[in-house]
Write a new protein. Structure first.
Length: 202
């Protein structure tokens, strides 16, 4: 059977029917059995009380989406089906497995988010390595802070923030950057790495 990729924010979580101002109307998938993988895509902040911190600093909250993504993760991780999280997807994975997030501000803003809300670029490297691997794009307010005990950081930013994390117990991987915003060649190189190929050099 041809594998299907489940777009968490576009299919399971919120298949948009109509958008009016800041209000969106969604329908939900309740049967995950036809799908063989889960893709958690970018979006607004994760509700801070989910990881034990007070609410108030978040932007772009969607509590229904948070709930539905956790429900989807229950299904896919319990069956060890592949999960890939992109940007917010990495943050959701971190919280789901018991970690916490940090809202970036002050000296964290220039590295991970431009003042005009557009992508910035910064280098990433392997943990404990002094050599940069290459540049990635970046545009996020929240970032993984305390990771779950068994999480493995594969790439990190110059400031030590996790940029690529593997969650071995659940067959899940998350990246903080956006491969889908890269050129076709760059994206192919990065997804090749995620599938077990070498990390491309700059």
């Amino acid at each position: 059977m041809k594998k299907k990729i489940l777009l968490a924010a576009a299919v399971v979580i919120c298949l948009t029917i109509a958008v009016s101002g800041t209000l969106a109307y969604f329908t939900f998938v309740s049967d995950y059995s036809p799908y063989r993988a889960l893709l958690l895509i970018g979006g607004g902040d994760v509700f801070a009380p989910r990881y034990g911190k007070p609410a108030g600093e978040e932007r772009g909250l969607n509590l229904i989406r948070d709930e539905r993504e956790f429900a989807a993760l229950d299904y896919f991780t319990s069956r060890r089906l592949p999960v890939l999280g992109v940007c917010r997807g990495l943050q959701i994975l971190t919280v789901y497995f018991g970690g916490t997030l940090k809202t970036l501000g002050g000296d964290g803003v220039p590295l991970h988010r431009a003042e005009n809300g557009k992508d910035v670029c910064h280098s990433v490297r392997r943990p404990l390595s002094l050599c940069s691997v290459r540049q990635v794009n970046s545009n996020h307010r929240q970032a993984a802070d305390r990771l779950p005990d068994d999480a493995r950081v594969l790439l990190q930013a110059e400031d030590g923030r996790a940029e690529c994390v593997f969650f071995p117990a659940a067959n899940a991987l998350g990246v903080q950057f956006h491969p889908e915003r890269m050129t076709e060649m760059e994206a192919a190189s990065w997804y090749g790495f995620l599938l077990g190929g070498p990390i491309p050099l700059s």
